[in-house]
Design a protein around this ligand. Sequence first.
Ligand code: ADQ
Length: 457
Amino acid sequence: MGLIVVSNREPYSPVREGHELHWKAAVGGLTAALDPVLRERGGTWVAWGDGEREIRSVELPPGEGRYRLERLPLRESELQDYYYGFSNRALWPMSHYFLNRVRYLGRYWKAYQRVNRRFAEAVLQVHRPGDLVWVHDYQLCLVPRLVREALPEARIGFFWHIPWPSSEVFRTLPWDHEILEGILGADVVGVHVPEYARHFRSCCRIVLGYDNDGHAVQAPGRAVRVESFPIGVEAKAFAELACSSEVRRAAEELRRQVGTPFLLGVDRLDYTKGIPERLEAFAEYLGRHPEAHGKVTLVQIAVPSREQVDAYRQLREQIERLVGRINGTYGQAGWTPVHYITRGLERRELVAHYLAADVMLVTPLRDGLNLVAKEFAAVSERGVLILSEFAGAAAELKEALLVNPYDYDGLARAIGQALSMPEEERRQRLAELKDRLHRFDLSAWTEGFLHALEGAR
Ligand code: ADQ
């Protein structure tokens, strides 16, 4: 059976160097998860062709030609309304419970429908009987139904990578029916944690009147399985990288340059990630612990994203002001309390940071799962993970120090607790985390979902 993967972002991006064009693998979980499966099974990946619009189709991986990438060119106006508009100003803030940030505009919705239709048409062009179709994420909710209407017998899976909110929040979306019906075109709907699956099923009951048996939603004439499949990380590859002498040297160098104890935050610059709240809590900690001055340092790496959306630009300015305030208030000759970095890191450099950190702060206000928490736990040898109870990963990573990111006092206390945790306890917690991460790694996620899809109906 061939596999057709459908996602907004492409797995490899075109990069021009002089006259030469290279295809560079995208950083992130989806490429890491699905590129190996497509290499093995063969098939097609359908995605938005970002750049080099005239190239509609390319064989991947470069030079190996194991599967085909079909690239959809989007006009700038389509991108504005479908991607920055409906996806990132409506569905993203709504799903993360930020109702004060939503913009529900008819113009966005129209573009979203149009672009989803184009993705579905691209799937129909390459689909052969027996193929599995796996659609990803909130940008493409309507694709499962559109494919189902044309191919009633197709096997379609859908994975939602962000939180599924309570029905009270979901119902604020003027197109709540259409989004649910779009997704219910799939045979299997996957989310990261059981709570999101419960919310999804209750939305189907309350909004559409479709019952469920605690697992599957009964849509007219078809049952749709709704289940949690928490994504994993490439635990073995991360652990191996952490053993390389180059990465170990880089980690030691970081600890020497930054100073210790070394606190770390790594996030996409997004208002859901709780970066200002984390900085406030760190300031609170410094205010209470004069003995930490000159010693405890926070390295915050935040890669800008979606900068065309106002809220993201404002957040960047807010963080810069906060960093300036903390460094101005507490800094002294030879010690800068917050090191703030806004560039993307290569994987080796990222792993060196994880290895160097005494405490990792993963404190989103709301997060579908959060891969950074898992990557850190796969790499670290003596660090403590402080994890928000509102990240999906908290449902699995019980050995982390769980915190409420809105509670600055509690977060400041957790920093103190992490820094004074006995070595033996740190190692014990990490050992248990690692054990789970190796058993439920990235390939287990991919296989688990595809197995469910193959077994559907
Ligand atoms: P994201 O919101 O992007 O993903 P996350 O799960 O943390 O959040 O993944 C971020 C990825 O980017 C990680 O692999 C991390 O290593 C990498 N990254 C972050 N900052 C970086 C930097 N400065 N340099 C290099 N790499 C960096 C969405 C959902 C999540 C869900 C994932 C997967 O919002 O909740 O876990 O999809 O389903």
